[in-house]
Design a protein around this ligand. Structure first.
Ligand code: ZN
Length: 135
């Protein structure tokens, strides 16, 4: 079951997590939790005067999906402007992970995106994304 579900890139990110470790000080610092699974993720970022993300650091604990997703997202947003990173969607995360997810696992996969969205753009941004989903 485990082997069927997790593809190689997830294993790769789980074993060799990118950008792990918190930045201090950080311009953006937000911790998101997923009580359903017990996942916790704190995302820190530094941005330059052009709002470009010049450093990403995160720390957390939880299942392989939540941690791999944080590793992949951190790698992806590094070098983007905040405006560019704002365009990242849930589908982008699912695509990065490359596996089909059960309802419970979706929250794990999206925890890093939630930390990014709420931390950088505020709760309203994240909630808007949730609502779009239900329409
Ligand atoms: Zn999880």
């Amino acid at each position: 079951m485990f082997d069927d579900m997790y593809r190689e890139n997830i294993l790769d990110h789980s074993r060799n997590m990118r950008n792990r470790g918190l930045l201090e000080p950080a311009d953006i610092d937000f911790e998101a939790t997923n009580p359903l699974c017990g996942d916790r993720l704190r995302l820190t970022m530094r941005v330059d005067e052009n709002n470009r993300i010049v450093a990403v650091g995160w720390d957390g604990e939880g299942c392989a999906i939540s941690q791999a997703s944080a590793s992949m997202l951190g790698e992806r947003i590094l070098g983007m402007t905040l405006e560019e990173a704002r365009q990242i969607t849930k589908e982008d995360i699912f695509e990065m992970l490359g596996i089909s997810l059960s309802m419970n696992r979706i929250k794990c996969a999206l925890l890093s995106l939630k930390a990014l969205k709420v931390g950088a753009y505020g709760l309203a941004d994240w909630q808007r994304m949730q609502n779009e989903d239900e329409e």
